[in-house]
Design a protein around this ligand. Structure first.
Ligand SMILES: Nc1ncnc2c1ncn2[C@@H]1O[C@H](COP(=O)(O)OP(=O)(O)O)[C@@H](O)[C@H]1O
Ligand SMILES: [Mg+2]
Length: 134
């Protein structure tokens, strides 16, 4: 029988990211628990400044959490060195940035069908048409 550990590709426990201190303390990500299964599509939604980008940067291994644990499959990755993170970033994690042509194309309703998961996410989130692709 396969448990959640077998199918879970990404797991976060108590993930936190804080900026600044004392009166200037910002809790950008404040104790996120998350399990993402293989093949699952997930949209992170919320108002500007609520921590979406910070969370995605943490989940993608681009930034380090202040506290908490992050696993890719069964490997704990939040404490890996830059050298150890490099092959993960190169081979196992993909990012489509907002400003990149692939995601800009996916904003066009006509092209969402062929834009794969990015188009589906944009459609699910109900985003308005973005700028024209170059
Ligand atoms: N490098 C940083 N230094 C200080 N504060 C930051 C930094 N990055 C983000 N923040 C703050 O963290 C909060 C979450 O930001 P962000 O993750 O960019 O939100 P979103 O992507 O949902 O708009 C905001 O209050 C933002 O000002
Ligand atoms: Mg953002």
């Amino acid at each position: 029988m396969s448990g959640i550990e077998d199918t879970c590709v990404l797991r976060a426990r108590g993930l936190r990211k804080q900026y600044g201190r004392e009166a200037g303390l910002v809790r950008a990500v404040d104790g996120v628990d998350l399990d993402v299964a293989a093949g699952q599509t997930l949209a992170v939604m919320g108002p500007s400044g609520c921590g979406k980008s910070t969370l995605l940067h943490l989940l993608g291994g681009l930034d380090r959490p202040t506290a908490g644990e992050l696993f890719f499959g069964n490997r704990r990755v939040d404490q890996l060195s830059e050298r150890a993170l490099a092959p993960l970033r190169r081979h196992e994690i993909g990012f489509v940035f907002q400003a990149f042509p692939a995601s800009r194309r996916a904003h066009r309703p006509r092209e969402r069908r062929t834009a794969g998961p990015v188009g589906q996410i944009i459609t699910t989130a109900g985003a308005p048409p973005g700028p024209p692709a170059p």
